[in-house]
Design a protein around this ligand. Structure first.
Ligand code: FES
Length: 322
């Protein structure tokens, strides 16, 4: 991991049940780069790295990054540390923002945007709704949460509504499980749809969009999509680094990322699960088996880049732009 930024925790605020926000400002001498809606940062915590979506609008005059963190009962350490040990005034190492979930610039100006948020998945969508609302675009936000008490940023979302921007809320404890085919019915085919939330909701969203013929659906996952039990290539393979001509052997079952690090290289990485995009590497040639949760099917088919933490070579030699 390179290009760390030092950030000071300026405020921590309870936003909803089990959700706190962190407002991060640059430590002395640091410059926070700008970002667009959908971006996230890596936050380095003791012994681990976590990715959090940025939910504020960037203001160059007062640069700050705001993220919200759900205290996850199944926490592997990240959210528990933030909720129980992190304090205002502490300095954290973070990455510059990266964006795997950008608003689609090819959208026709009059096409609407549908945003589907599940729980803490509201964070990147709040920034999108703010941006699109500011542009006078048509937006429909569908916000699903377990309960009103656990739904963060309801007031902010409500304040963004106008005659072209609407908010539909769904609370499981009041209405049962959301019916996505019903909630997403009647969307014009040229609409852009974005969803962020728990994996089962995203899987259902992808299926529903396919069933309803919505071709422009985008998702952001918090964790790797479940992969069918797939056998690693029985044989290892060679990866040639185009810039130096060095060839690195990847053993059967080993990731390219691990093989590169074992060979003394220092590639960028963060999540190690194919969800953050920090290890994305340009592919020069090779038969890549894409296993990430970031690239669309079309991007994977184009084979221009790969996530070297999880994706691998089916056979033959792989040549990377490293
Ligand atoms: S390290 Fe996050 S996608 Fe590879």
């Amino acid at each position: 991991m390179s290009n760390h930024l030092s950030a000071v925790v300026r405020t921590m605020r309870l936003e909803a049940r089990d959700i706190i926000s962190l407002e991060l400002v640059p430590a002395a001498g640091q410059v926070f780069p700008a970002f667009e809606p959908g971006a996230h940062i890596d936050v380095h915590l003791p012994g681990l790295v976590r990715n959090y979506s940025l939910l504020n609008a960037f203001d160059a005059a007062t640069p700050r990054y705001v993220v919200a963190v759900l205290k996850d009962a199944k926490s592997r350490g990240g959210s528990r540390y933030i909720h129980e040990q992190l304090r205002v005034g502490q300095t954290l190492q973070i990455s510059a923002p990266r964006n795997n979930f950008k608003l689609d610039a090819s959208k026709p100006a009059d096409a609407p945007t549908v945003l589907l948020a599940g729980g803490i998945g509201v964070t990147p969508l709040l920034g999108m709704m703010r941006e699109l609302s500011g542009q006078g675009q048509r937006v429909q936000m569908i916000y699903c949460a377990r309960s009103r008490q656990s739904a963060a940023y309801l007031d902010e979302l409500q304040n963004l509504c106008n005659e072209r921007v609407s908010l539909h809320t769904h609370f499981d404890d009041e209405q049962g499980a959301p019916d996505l085919p019903k909630l997403l019915a009647g969307v014009p085919s040229e609409a852009r749809l974005y969803a962020c939330g728990p994996a089962p909701m995203l899987d259902a969203f992808v299926q529903t969009c396919a069933d309803l013929g919505y071709a422009h659906a985008h998702i952001e996952r918090f964790a790797a999509a479940p992969r069918a039990e797939d056998a690693a290539p029985a044989e290892g393979y060679a990866v040639r680094l185009q810039k130096t001509g060095v060839v690195v052997q990847v053993a059967a079952g080993q990731s390219i990322l691990d093989a590169l690090m074992d060979a003394g290289h220092n590639p960028n990485f963060s999540c190690g699960e194919g969800v953050c995009g920090s290890c994305e590497t340009r592919v020069i040639s090779g038969d890549v088996e894409h296993r990430d949760s970031i690239l669309s099917a079309a991007e994977q088919a184009a084979n221009k880049s790969m996530m070297i933490c999880v994706s691998r070579c089916r056979a033959g030699e792989l040549v990377l732009d490293l």
